[in-house]
Design a protein around this ligand. Structure first.
Ligand SMILES: NC(=O)c1ccc[n+]([C@@H]2O[C@H](COP(=O)([O-])OP(=O)(O)OC[C@H]3O[C@@H](n4cnc5c(N)ncnc54)[C@H](O)[C@@H]3O)[C@@H](O)[C@H]2O)c1
Ligand SMILES: N[C@@H](CCC=O)C(=O)O
Length: 515
């Protein structure tokens, strides 16, 4: 199958009236669809259960986006059986056919991009631009992985050996459990689901309880495309009811998880217990938290640095694993950078994502309480420079908050908050700034603003993070361009959107023919 070369999906320019109108029309259309009930999808069939869970709009706590049926362990077994049966044929389906489903899906999402963005505005409180970037990334993942599967399907050249024909091929693993987070509810969910299935596996997709409707809409789309039944099973359910059951299931061959450090570590530990009758070591791909930072050198472009700090810290209310929750500034420019960052932050508009406000709500009551706890902790560890107050009480709104004169080993600067809270501190030297950056358990993203080539070379070698950016923000990796994943407690460095990713869901087989 020939395809055009991969290129990233362009972002929508909402400053153009026609795009702004298209988005608002999509919001109106989706608003009329709020409140529906969504079933499990097992073996291509809709399964409604008595147990259901509502998904709420974080910007309007009373508004129900939809209610979702909930799987119990019996239904997980049914889904596991469906996936196991489907694997028997899907595994031998050609790479071209498997890839074609992803190309059709990306085209369908592209046609409906405003609609999918509208679902994210309602279900997760994303601004227009953040929702569009999520949709664009979902399209990119599918376009990229479709092409990657075709590339991997061509055996790599081995050392020639007289009288033998040898080739190394990649074959799928089996039935996987795909467990995405809520914060990139289409992009990461779709990327995780389609990478596993294009590699020839079949899956049980357990969506986040905070974003099950968007996942349901995506699964509907895959079904409309005719994806064979049993390949993608939609199995929402309470983690405490089915989480360990799924990841500890004897028929589970691999787990693709993206989420918090604690849950990721729990899954790694739980999946490593061999179940009687289990014929393999479960493979776990886990992408976890971050405590990312931006280092500003004494010779940096201070306006560019300040803008990048604010974008990286408060885009989507700081609810990104890549978000800059730390700014580490050379002492010579500290006061100037603090002043610029505080000024830019005070200018950010908080409001309803439906009105395209830049700062929307945090995702739910638990996050709302957690961020407030860290603001109180921050007040004991550093100096509050701006923010710290709550927004309108019809949603989970918290002002973008900045603490200055923070200490490297404080909780504020060590623990993932996952909200609109930034800690700023000064470093006596560039080298000390790099040491401070490296002083957490995480290693996901980081940026350096400097015009000193030697310092950039030093950072390239010494800054310990999976995604290191020079003179730009530390969020917004592009599929194929910035393979994404981190070290230490940020996960297994799976590098989503990169040339090594699909092989994580496959195993290499050597075929040797003597003639
Ligand atoms: N490294 C990355 O690429 C990346 C990307 C996005 C988010 N994240 C991280 O994810 C976190 C935010 O997402 P979240 O709140 O959804 O994380 P979370 O860990 O609370 O949940 C992630 C997923 O795990 C499920 N889950 C929870 N307990 C489980 C269990 N015992 N067994 C099976 N599944 C279980 C949840 O239902 C959800 O689907 C942050 O820490 C963020 O840094 C990391
Ligand atoms: N890949 C995204 C972050 C995903 C985690 O939340 C970025 O690069 O900003």
């Amino acid at each position: 199958m020939t395809t055009t070369p991969f290129k990233n999906e362009p972002f929508v320019d909402f400053s153009l009236p026609q795009n702004d109108k298209a988005m608002r029309d999509a919001l109106a259309k989706v608003k009329n669809e709020l409140g529906k009930s969504y079933p499990l999808i097992i073996n291509g069939e809709a399964v409604f259960t008595n147990e259901t869970e509502p998904s709420y709009n974080p910007a309007n706590k009373e508004q129900i986006i939809g209610t979702v049926s909930q799987a119990d362990q019996k239904l997980v077994d049914q889904a596991m059986e469906a996936a196991t049966q489907a694997f028997k044929t899907w595994r031998y389906t050609s790479a071209e056919v498997r890839s074609s489903y992803l190309l059709k899906a990306s085209a369908a999402v592209r046609r409906r991009k405003f609609e999918f963005s509208a679902w994210m505005v309602y279900e997760t409180g994303k601004s227009f631009a953040e929702a569009d970037a999520d949709v664009a990334e979902a399209i990119d993942f599918m376009e990229y992985y479709a092409r990657e599967m075709l590339r991997i399907d061509i055996p790599v050249p081995l050392v020639p050996y007289e009288g033998e024909l040898n080739r190394q091929i990649y074959i799928p693993l089996g039935v996987g459990i795909v467990i995405p987070p809520w914060n990139f509810p289409l992009a990461i969910m779709a990327g995780m689901a389609t990478s596993a299935i294009v590699a020839g596996n079949t899956i049980l997709l357990k969506p986040s309880p905070n974003a099950p409707i968007i996942a349901a809409k995506f699964v509907e789309l895959m079904q409309e495309l005719g994806l064979p039944k049993g390949v993608l099973n939609y199995v929402p359910g309470r983690p405490e009811t089915i989480g360990d059951y799924m990841t500890g299931h004897v028929d589970t061959r691999f787990i693709s998880f993206t989420g918090s450090r604690d849950v990721g570590l729990h899954i790694v530990e739980h999946a490593n217990k061999r179940i009687p009758g289990q014929k393999w070591i479960k493979r776990v791909i886990a992408e976890m938290g971050g405590k990312d930072g931006i280092v500003v050198d004494s010779d940096a472009d201070l306006d560019a640095a300040a803008t990048a700090i604010v974008q990286s810290s408060f885009g989507f209310q700081g609810q990104k694993c890549s978000a800059a929750s730390r700014a580490i500034i050379h002492k010579d420019v500290y006061d100037t950078v603090v002043e610029k960052v505080v000024q830019l932050t005070k200018a950010l508009k908080m409001g309803n994502p439906e009105d395209n406000a830049y700062v929307g709500p945090v995702i739910d009551d638990k996050s709302f309480a957690k961020v407030q706890r860290y603001i109180e902790i921050g007040k004991t560890e550093a100096k509050l420079a701006t923010g710290g107050e709550l927004g309108p009480d019809y949603g989970y709104f918290i002002q973008p908050t900045i603490f200055i004169d923070a200490k490297a080993d404080s909780r504020l600067m060590q623990e993932e908050i996952f909200g609109p809270v930034l800690g700023m501190m000064k470093a006596d030297s560039f080298e000390e700034a790099i040491d401070i950056f490296n002083s957490t358990d995480y290693g996901l993203t980081g940026s350096v603003f400097s015009q000193n080539e030697e310092h950039l070379a030093y950072a390239s070698e010494r800054m310990f993070c999976g995604n290191l950016y020079f003179n730009r923000k530390c969020t917004g990796a592009l599929v194929g361009v910035h393979p994404f994943g981190g070290f230490s407690m940020s996960g297994t460095d799976s590098k989503t959107g990169g040339p090594d990713y699909l092989q994580l869901f496959m195993q290499a087989k050597l075929v040797s023919e003597k003639f």
